[in-house]
Design a protein around this ligand. Sequence first.
Ligand code: GLN
Length: 529
Amino acid sequence: MEFKFGGSSTNQKTVLGHPSGLFVLFFTEMWERFSYYGMRALLVLFLVSSIMDEGWGWERADALVLYGWYTGLVYITPIIGGFIADKFVGYRRAVVLGAFIMTLGHASMALEGFTPIFFYVGLTFLIIGNGLFKPNISSMVGQLYKTQGKEKDAGYTIFYMGINSGAFLGILLCGYIGENIGWHYGFGLAGVFMFLGMLQFYFTQSIFGKIGLSPKQIEDFDDVVEDGIEKIGDNIEDVIEEAESSIVVKDRLIVIGIFSLFVVFFWWAFEQAGGSMTVFAADYTDRALVGNAALTFKIVNTIITVVPMLVITWVLVLLFRKTFSKFALANTFLGISFIIIWGIVIWMLKREFKMDATEVPASWFSVLNSLFIILFAPLFSKIWQSKYNPSGPMKFAIGLLLVGLGFAALAYGSASIPDGAKTASVSLMFLVIAYYLHTMGELCVSPVGLSYVSKLAPMKLVGLMFGVWFTANFIANLLGGITGSYIDPISEEYGLSTFFLIFTIIPIVAAIIMMLLNPMMKRKMHGVR
Ligand code: GLN
């Protein structure tokens, strides 16, 4: 019998209509992103907080430049990691190795108190580990599906929700613990979940069958497994692939290139989130809440924490039901991670309710991004499946437009701040609106981009092409960090509003150009939708 999805027979058992392996990747990616975003939320705040507060007392500009380099470099290594996996070790081993190296990285950062060198060693490990992990787990998602249609898009959207469930919890919990209890605990917490996620993946690997093995392992696998039908299936794919003329392949690679180029403008603006937008949140907004406002915030915070937790726990149970008998150990690790996380969530919420006044943590706003993704991703995926589905390039243009509009809200909100002011108390609403628009933009660009890379890249270059896609983030994050570091001089000279206007205008111009390129792009995709 021919399998509907790639991978082993267990992978054919579905969860929410998708192969169960998708949810193995979902949880692995979730814990990895928990660590990445949890640590990242603390990075700038830690560096700029005074030595008395156990920070390093850095200048804002220096912290934002380091932030730019870090968030840039984590996205340059995927091109190497993708290549290594395509050619030599396979996606699976690359994912495990990457996760292990990142675990060491987090551990090292948690020990920064002993010597500052540990901090830099930790960052280096995270950069290397992410290169092995990120492109390769992303390409495994696509390989679960045998067709290139809407199912794959939906798969990537679910995966993207996994990314953001992790980001959400990571920023919320590592941010809270880092800011309130101690930086080292925040960094350490990130590492614990990275490790548990790795174990979970390691012990479930066989669910993927041949998917993600190295080229050499695949040869051996084919010798051992007498799965004639699967082989015939593969042969047909090979024939089809060879039949695709080299022009088609070339054109599609060009399209990946153009998408990767334009996404630079998007992330350059969007990624101000952890940098200048966090500075704005920390120093220019009114975050101190008392009385009813404090109570309302606590209730909202409880709901937005508990509801997503319940949803992902429910997904966990669905996965357990399909895979526990076969993968008891892996599922146990996953179960332990959930017990710990529930413990921390309940502890945090209880602790918060005991306090009278509340200060919204500066790192809190970036959780809105992940929260909005989790809430709106299903809606977007429905729109993409309906007759209102815009073409890929149009989605990119809309995304760029939205990110520009988000910054317009910030520019408007900060118009009242005098030039060069070091602090202010602007309403929190502007940040909320900006994050909302940015997230809607992200949904038009990021999961869509992943799916297009997976569809447009020739089979043997998938890992490498994901590397190219992520390289856009390298350029964007580095330039974004550097641009963000000028927040002080620009707002002294021209006002904070002008600073945000830069991020309004450039993405909107890019959006217009993308719209003009739409017909040409559609042609060059040769039928891929
Ligand atoms: N938020 C997504 C992730 O972490 C996209 C990040 C990016 O490509 N810049 O995977």
